[in-house]
Design a protein around this ligand. Sequence first.
Ligand SMILES: [Zn+2]
Length: 242
Amino acid sequence: MVNLIDRPGTDEAAWQAWAGLRQLPVADLTGWARVLVLAAHPDDEVLGVGGTMALLAGAGARLRLVAVTDGEASHPGHPDPAALAALRVAETADALRALGAQDTEVIRLGFPDTGVAAREDVLAARLRDLAAGCDAVLAPWDQDVHADHEAVGRAARRASPLTHWYPVWTWHWAAPGDSRVPWHQGLRVSLRPSIVARKRAAISCFASQLEPRGPGAGPVLTPETVAHFSRDYEVLLRADGR
Ligand SMILES: [Zn+2]
């Protein structure tokens, strides 16, 4: 699992050159007046669907963000994980402002970072309540190859048939046309330049993930990874399998 993420990833130029993404059907966001967005860690939501969130917020939709963990495990050996978590929570607030989504209702569940899978049943039950009345649920893909992402994605599908998954690490470990990815469930959300600018500004709020973690330890989000999330579109995967 970790190996796929730690290995060198697919260059963004390869994704850009692949017509498969450009040809995905366009997601119809009309009717998405109340949307539940799930993040396994602070920054997942901005990377995966920050542009969609900016579009929805600009259209007057009500957004509810559920932060399943506070991301305190992003820096192995960190002397003060609680301070790291607080920093990541603050970065998320800044990022929501950058998206123009500062009115988002934020609910922090405080699950342990890297420990979501063991609590999947509890999470699914909570999400059933939190998804009530929502027109769509956006969650990390349940096969994103990060255990927390996958657990949140599974719990989301159990909680709501309106779930759409968003890939995060997939853009790193997969390749164009990759048979491990259900491209036939894919939808595309186009982002106009002003929305792309908001998303890029929001990503830049996550300094803790963009800066080297210490001597010999690079950033969580390398420039190569960030490039995947600076596109003028986002991709959703319909969890209902259609
Ligand atoms: Zn994550």
